[in-house]
Design a protein around this ligand. Structure first.
Ligand code: AMP
Length: 511
């Protein structure tokens, strides 16, 4: 199978060949013809599968083959809108749009929060065909009437599950009601919760269905391994592994921002170049750290889950879970950063006695045990007692640092500092007892596209869940039983922590 045979035009095929892509990935093989057909699409694809090219290439072709539309002011009108959950992903998607479209005359721009709005306004004024945006900043533009979406033809919701996890459903609904009803809608999601299905039902009209990776599966190309270790030996073990194997481009995950800072400092003291990337860092510091990591000058990037979402580095060889994530799905997302698009990668988790229940939950989700290897000199103490995973500022891997009022996109503005207001989800009852409206801007069969009338200020953001450093993410967990020896023998650790189904859905997550 070649890109030519998928119906793509010569300038696009030339651009992808120049990028070194010779064979389309499975998602591309299926998505490209479906999008070229003009119909709606529901695609189940994890990051790393090549999904970005899967929607970008046919969108470029469609826009290029249709006559450009002018706004009242005579500038080119926005005809495609791609929404992503994070700034980094937005930036990367727009980079892809530029790279794949380099031989076409289409113009694109990216817009996200944390940076000045004026350059974005300037870009919009000069006329663009394709906008890649995070929902919060897009809404700012819509409210300020600095963007005209009345000519929109194609809408993409990329990583829709992450957008819902981050509490963006209301922002998305507010965007949808303002869009012209007749358009092509593409929804990409790694997982299919009931909320995603509801969103898809309302948004998509007889969509083509594509699924290239089973839900919550981990890529076969990623070698996963657990190193059982005592909680206070994790940093030393990490340094040992990096130095012994001379690892470069190591993406290390910590549970908290404070833990990320502390670990980056400690690694630097160990003569390993490391920087932390998280929501308390300025956008320019995040961009700089990412650029240095990408070009290989930075050996280790220490990241929290939210900051790491959307990081796309070709063939990232090493992902290390310095702390296991509280939410098992995040494990799948974390290790999806390696072994991308067919490359092989290695995902290492340093697991102490406190994290045995988290490990059990992860293995249940991915439906297989992760092989374990004790590193000589770092054998865990078999008599060690599990301790609760501590609140902010404490604990192995660093309990979280201070809270930032606006982390990621769509965190509350003037809100409650990221505190415990439940994220409202599609179909869930709001505090006032009203059923939330269904996703708006649905096809005509939808519910008429009425905007919210619940008095919410236009600049209110839904309370983002899964904020780094937010209270519930660091809520004390009960000790999670067993000892590292039991880990190795396969004995079941005691399960005395209260658990309840999917934490993302049961509302435990990140509040
Ligand atoms: P994505 O899933 O869109 O984040 O893409 C993951 C990575 O795969 C990106 O670094 C792309 O540059 C790369 N990629 C996309 N399509 C192909 C392809 N057909 N062949 C090789 N690499 C690709």
């Amino acid at each position: 199978m070649s890109f030519d045979s998928l119906g793509l035009s010569e300038p696009l095929v030339r651009a992808v060949h120049e990028l070194g892509y010779t064979t389309p990935t499975p998602i591309q093989t299926q998505a490209i013809p479906a999008v070229l057909n003009g119909g709606d699409l529901l695609a189940g694809a994890q990051t790393g599968t090549g999904k970005t090219a899967g929607f970008t290439l046919p969108i470029l072709q469609r826009l290029n083959s249709m006559p450009a539309v002018a706004t009242a002011s005579g500038k080119r009108a926005v005809r495609a809108l791609i929404l992503t959950p994070t700034r980094e992903l937005a930036a990367q998607v727009e980079e892809s749009v530029r790279a794949y479209g380099k031989y076409l005359k289409l113009k694109s721009t990216v817009m996200f929060g944390g940076v000045g709005i004026n350059p974005q306004i300037g870009a919009l004024r000069s006329g663009v065909d394709i906008v890649v945006a995070t929902p919060g900043r897009l809404l700012d533009h819509m409210q300020q009437k600095t963007i005209d979406l009345s000519h929109l033809e194609i809408l993409v919701l990329d990583e829709a599950d992450r957008m819902l996890d981050m509490g963006f459903i209301h922002d998305i609904k507010r965007v949808l009601v303002k869009l012209p009803p007749k358009r092509q809608n593409l929804l990409f999601s790694a997982t299919f919760s009931d909320e995603i299905k509801t969103l898809a039902d309302n948004l998509l009209d007889s969509p083509a269905l594509i699924e290239v990776a089973r839900r919550n599966t981990t890529a076969e190309t990623v070698a996963q391994k657990i190193h059982p270790v005592d909680r206070d030996k994790k940093r030393e073990l990490l340094t040992h592994l990096i130095k012994q194997h001379n690892w470069f481009q190591v993406l290390v995950f910590t549970r908290t921002k404070h833990g990320a800072n502390r670990l980056a400092e400690q690694l630097t003291k160990d003569d390993i170049s490391a920087l932390a990337i998280h929501g308390n860092k300025s956008q320019s510091a995040r961009t700089r750290a990412l650029a240095e990591f990408k070009d290989g000058t930075l050996q280790v990037l220490v990241a929290t889950d939210i900051a790491a979402r959307g990081i796309d580095i070709d063939q990232l060889p090493h992902v290390v879970n310095f702390d296991l994530p509280n939410v098992p799905e995040d494990y799948v997302h974390r290790i999806g950063r390696t072994g991308r698009a067919g490359a092989t990668g290695e995902a290492i988790s340093l697991v102490c006695v406190d994290e045995l229940q988290l490990l059990k939950d992860i293995e249940k989700l991915i439906k297989r045990p992760v092989p374990q290897e004790v590193i000589a000199g770092f054998e865990p103490d078999p008599t060690a007692k599990p301790e609760p995973i501590l609140r902010r500022g404490q604990g192995g891997g660093g309990g979280g640092g201070g809270r930032s009022p606006r982390q990621g996109q769509g965190a509350p503005k003037g809100g409650n500092g990221g505190a415990a207001k439940p994220a409202q989800r599609s179909g869930q009852r709001a505090a006032n007892g009203q059923q939330q409206p269904k996703p708006q801007g649905a096809k005509p069969a939808g519910n008429g596209g009425q905007p919210r009338r619940d008095g919410q200020r236009p600049d209110d953001r839904p309370r983002a869940v899964a904020h780094e450093g937010s209270a519930a993410q660091h809520a004390p967990r009960k000790p999670q039983g067993g000892n590292p020896g039991a880990l190795l023998s396969g004995a079941k650790p005691r399960n005395d922590a209260p658990r309840g189904g999917n934490p993302a859905r049961s509302g435990q997550r990140g509040r």
